[in-house]
Design a protein around this ligand. Structure first.
Ligand SMILES: [Zn+2]
Length: 467
């Protein structure tokens, strides 16, 4: 398997540290807002890559952190005059709600920064004692020039950074490039005890620490969006490698950005970039297909047109599957098919996925099968053709299931489904107002049975997909 390593700027043969085991770290959300399609893309492409690694027989330890201490959270706290805990709890829950609704698997570990403060303090203490960090008035900074490989990951020289970066004027720092590991407490901000006084960790040290505790000094793959290469990943690498003297991650993979405003249409969908709203307009297979239909490293434009294209692409696949089911119901159940044809197309899909996880090329093979299916179905066919049709049918379903895109033969219209669920919740509320608990429970159990979980909260009844 080849993967493109940002560190070396080329595709490399993937060789995990431990045979048949992959340890990977994906930078997760900062919990200050609901997630939008850009956040979802990073989470989804690496989740899909994980699914493929598992399919290839690897045991994957997948860590995706929750950043629950950060400037953006503190700003939100001040803007809305709410407590730190209120904000982080709300948006941690909503992150998992949205990720779950998109079919993103739960990580093996989803560490929260606030649960790792002691480890962070220990990490920083080590960096101070080996000369890579220094403290000034309760703040601790990383001494960038002490790490000679600084700039290697983002492929820029220290001089470029000085010119290009917006560097805040801060007289406490020895060098303008140095960055904060620990920030002394300001009034009204969340704070923890440390040898340098009360304060909170900087963003970069959070990831370095959680990755180290959960995955060890060296792990296989570090992932995130391309916007994180500099400074976030550059800083993570500097901190981790300065502490251990070892390579932090063998491979660095970065997913492209979702581009908003590239066309006029994206403006018209405004808030819909949030997953919560988007899911009321488009179903999960459409959104998943949209996000995986471009190569993970390329930028992807966000527009109604692209989403509509994805919707009809998914529909073409569903139609092919359901036509085979209608025309060959017995044969579908029997499970026989042309094995040679199946293997040939399967090998082609694997070949593309093995080549730096080229999902669009793999989807192209699926559309070749859809095309073959349609042309076979439009003529009178003998047994050999039937077996070929069934080879495509089973293969399309197999990959559809792996990527959670086209599993069944029916595509749900999400807009309609959401309206129906809300209608049922309204009826249930009326039943509850009239103390008709039997009807209320029947609606709850019925929805539960079809995969909709209901939560009664002080702010009304909420629902989410429970599968
Ligand atoms: Zn990170």
């Amino acid at each position: 398997m080849l993967i493109y390593n940002t560190l070396t700027n080329k595709k490399e043969l993937f060789e995990p540290i431990e045979e048949k085991k992959v340890r990977m770290y994906v930078c997760g959300p900062t919990v200050y807002d609901r997630i939008h399609i850009g956040n979802a893309r990073t989470a989804m492409v690496f989740d899909a890559f994980r699914r493929y690694l598992e399919y290839r027989g690897y045991e994957v330890v997948y860590v995706q952190n929750i950043t629950d201490v950060e400037d953006k959270i503190i700003n939100r706290m001040k803007e809305e005059n709410r407590s730190f805990e209120e904000i982080t709890e709300e948006y941690t829950d909503s992150y998992f709600e949205d990720a779950n609704a998109l079919g993103i698997k739960e990580p093996t570990y989803a560490p929260k920064t606030t649960e790792y403060i002691n480890d962070i303090v220990e990490f920083i203490t080590d960096l101070i004692s080996n000369g890579h960090a220094y403290q000034v008035d309760g703040d601790v900074y990383f001494r960038v020039k002490s790490y000679l490989k600084y700039g290697q990951l983002s492929n820029r020289s220290v001089d470029d950074m000085l010119v290009g970066a917006r560097i805040e004027v801060n007289e406490k720092k020895e060098d303008p490039l140095d960055f904060a590991l620990w920030k002394s407490a300001k009034p009204g901000e969340p704070k923890w005890n440390s040898p340098w006084g009360e304060g909170r960790p900087g963003w970069h040290i959070e990831c370095s620490t959680m990755a180290n505790v959960l995955l060890g000094d060296t792990f296989d793959i570090h992932c995130g969006g391309t916007d994180l290469i500099f400074p976030h990943h550059e800083n993570e690498r500097a901190q981790s490698e300065s502490r251990t003297g070892k390579t932090m991650a063998k491979y660095w993979m970065h997913s492209g950005m979702v581009e908003f405003g590239g066309d006029k249409m994206s403006k018209s969908i405004g808030n819909v970039k949030y997953i919560e709203q988007l899911l009321t307009l488009y179903d999960r297979p459409t959104i998943r297909f949209y996000l995986l239909s471009k190569h993970y490293r390329s930028p992807i434009g966000f527009s109604v047109a692209r989403l509509e294209e994805s919707k009809s692409a998914v529909r073409r696949i569903y139609n092919a599957i359901s036509m085979v089911e209608e025309q060959l119901p017995q044969e579908v159940k029997e499970g026989r098919y042309d094995e040679e044809e199946n293997e040939q197309f399967n090998a082609e899909i694997e070949k593309y996925l093995d080549d730096d996880f080229n999902t669009p090329a793999a989807f192209g093979v699926i559309f070749d099968m859809v095309k073959n299916t349609n042309s076979l179905l439009s003529s009178s066919i003998g047994n050999a053709e039937k077996m070929r049709l069934l080879a495509y049918y089973h293969l399309i379903k197999k990959w559809g299931k792996l990527f959670d895109i086209f599993q069944g033969s029916k595509q749900v219209d999400n807009r309609l489904a959401v309206k129906l669920i809300e209608l049922l919740l309204d009826i249930r509320q009326k039943a509850r107002d009239e103390e008709n608990w039997k009807i209320a429970d029947e609606i709850r159990n019925g929805l539960n049975f079809i995969g909709i979980a209901i939560m009664d909260t002080p702010n009304g009844t909420k629902w989410r997909y429970s599968t």
